[in-house]
Design a protein around this ligand. Structure first.
Ligand SMILES: Nc1ncnc2c1ncn2[C@@H]1O[C@H](COP(=O)(O)OP(=O)(O)O)[C@@H](O)[C@H]1O
Ligand SMILES: O=C(CO)[C@@H](O)[C@H](O)COP(=O)(O)O
Length: 500
């Protein structure tokens, strides 16, 4: 039997899966690493920790599975998007990576609009200038750490750096490059015009390949660290959301994904490169060749729940915390939560907005707050669904993945709030499985990603919207949407008191 490995380099952990030719997951191993928040709004990671923890996860994966390393034919990647990794001319790290959820770059986003013009930026990149994207981070380093910027020979995205350390070769691929704000998304090439306008030498952009392309094999150093053989083929891989979509079978028009990890994402397959969403949702290249997707992002989706648990129910598992939410009525007894813990992206590109509980009264218990957090996250994701629907997409079912898809009650809330059928898959390993599928397809095991998806992906359960719940959530959703406008100015004024 032959095997492939999918690696998902996530925000909180690296997850690895070993899959056989029948699409069965034979082993899984995961290792955590910390987020570094040196100041309010800062979010960084030490890329060396990604490498060490990936090597350790792969060691565990191989020994746990008992498979012979020479039977592992291919390996591919899914990675947290947008993070900036900078290397000098000797390919040494110049600083910690600045991550997707770092919001220090508001000024650089404004500068980008001044330098390029909003319309032109949108025409080339199909996206708005948002704090999370890579280009504003590059400009921040240029302005605040010029001695580091001057030494930068190449910039990389997180999983591309991991792949570089495993092969010794430097590449990027379209699905992750799309999230840098330097790619001409429609034409699939780095934009010379943008580089010129913002004063960045295009030579720091790595060469581009397709997600399923074989870029090399495992190098000596990584082979020694992990036991992988030098003949294991390495495929480029994709952005975590592109891989999440592949791993959930979002491979044709009309298919939509809801992923609740640290962030929350609503993603809809798009076959064309010329639709105009006016930047209201992200418009990126898919990991499937010449395909695209639109996507709305809630920055703190699962993060809101883990923040709540860590601070107010420290010793409880998510299962324990959520055990009671069905004993609380819809609307959490008059409590509303907005998940703006680190600002927001969709539909409000606003780094200074902050979260709130509205409607607290003396009768509220912890379970009311827990349900309010779950409802608030789901309302936020519904704002992305609303934009996609308003732009003419019919959504009749949504595949739900990520940590948030582990809970039955939450899946039913998703069905009721989104007012559509929710599909839960047999495996929650969305992005890692998508990465494995890129390797399987790249190895030539299947003729297409679709053929691979037919074998690898199956539904475990579906949830239909409950007709009596839908109008109640509609009423609450209308109230939820108002909270942003009512707290926007307050959040700005409160900001001076926040931890600096
Ligand atoms: N059993 C559970 N029930 C509900 N939500 C869960 C459960 N387990 C994890 N989660 C949510 O999923 C999030 C982690 O999702 P995951 O997809 O593993 O994250 P990431 O890939 O961003 O590191 C947690 O922050 C939590 O909010
Ligand atoms: O910024 C985005 C997408 O634009 C995030 O989705 C990151 O790609 C990280 O995802 P998770 O670690 O939350 O899965």
């Amino acid at each position: 039997m032959k095997y492939i490995i999918g690696i998902d380099l996530g925000t909180s952990a690296v997850k690895t899966v070993l899959v056989n030719t029948k699409g069965e997951i034979c082993a899984e191993a995961s290792k955590n690493y910390p987020l570094l928040h040196e100041k309010t709004g800062y979010s960084e990671q030490n890329p060396e920790e990604w490498i060490q923890q990936t090597a350790s996860a792969l060691n565990e994966l191989i020994s746990k599975s008992g498979v012979r390393p020479e039977d592992i034919e291919g390996i591919s990647y899914s990675g947290q998007m947008h993070g900036l990794v900078l290397l000098d001319k000797n390919h040494n790290l110049l600083r910690h990576a600045i991550l997707w959820n770092d919001t220090r770059t508001t000024a650089q986003c404004h500068q980008l609009y001044e330098m390029i013009g909003e319309k032109r930026l949108l025409e080339i990149t199909k996206n708005q200038a948002l704090e999370g994207f890579t280009l504003p981070k590059l400009l921040w380093v240029k302005e605040h750490e010029p001695e580091i910027f001057d030494q930068a020979a190449v910039f990389m995205l997180p999983k591309d750096y991991l792949r570089f350390k495993m092969t010794g070769l430097i590449h990027s691929e379209y699905s992750d490059a799309a999230g840098t704000l330097l790619l001409n998304v429609g034409e699939k090439k780095w934009s010379e015009e943008l580089c010129q306008l913002v004063g960045i030498d295009i030579s720091i952009c790595p060469s581009l390949v397709e997600s399923s392309e074989c870029v090399g094999t495992i190098n000596e150093e990584f082979s020694q660290k992990t036991g992988l053989t030098l003949s294991t083929k390495v495929f480029a891989g994709g952005a975590d959301n592109a891989c999440g979509a592949i791993g959930a079978g979002i491979l044709s028009s009309g298919e939509t994904l809801c992923s609740i990890g640290t962030s929350g994402v609503v993603l809809s397959y798009e076959e064309r490169n010329d639709r105009d969403f006016a930047g209201k949702v992200h418009y990126f290249n898919h990991g499937k060749e010449n395909a695209f997707y639109t996507m709305g992002v809630t920055l703190s989706a699962g993060h809101s729940l883990s923040w709540f648990r860590d601070n107010f129910a420290e010793n409880e598992s998510f299962e324990e915390l959520l055990a009671d939410i069905n004993n609380v009525p819809i609307g959490s007894n008059g409590l509303l939560f907005t998940p703006y813990l680190v600002g927001e992206r969709t539909p409000h590109a606003d780094a200074t907005i902050r979260g709130s509980f509205i409607g607290m009264d003396a009768s509220h218990k912890k379970r009311d707050f827990t349900r309010a957090v779950i409802e608030g996250i789901t309302f936020s994701l519904n704002e992305s669904i609303e934009i996609i629907r308003e732009n003419g997409k019919e959504i009749t079912s949504i595949v739900s993945i990520g940590g948030g898809a582990k809970n039955d009650s939450w899946l039913q809330i998703q069905a009721d709030v989104f007012n559509t059928k929710i599909i839960k898959l047999s495996t929650e390993q969305g992005p890692a499985l998508g990465a494995a599928m890129l390797a399987a397809y790249g190895c030539g095991w299947y003729n297409s990603l679709e053929e691979c998806a037919d074998l690898f992906i199956s539904t475990s359960k579906t949830y239909q919207p409950k007709l009596e719940n839908v109008p109640v959530y509609k009423q609450l959703y209308a109230l939820y949407k108002e909270v942003y406008y009512q707290t926007k100015d307050l959040s700005k004024r409160l900001n001076q008191f926040s931890r600096k």
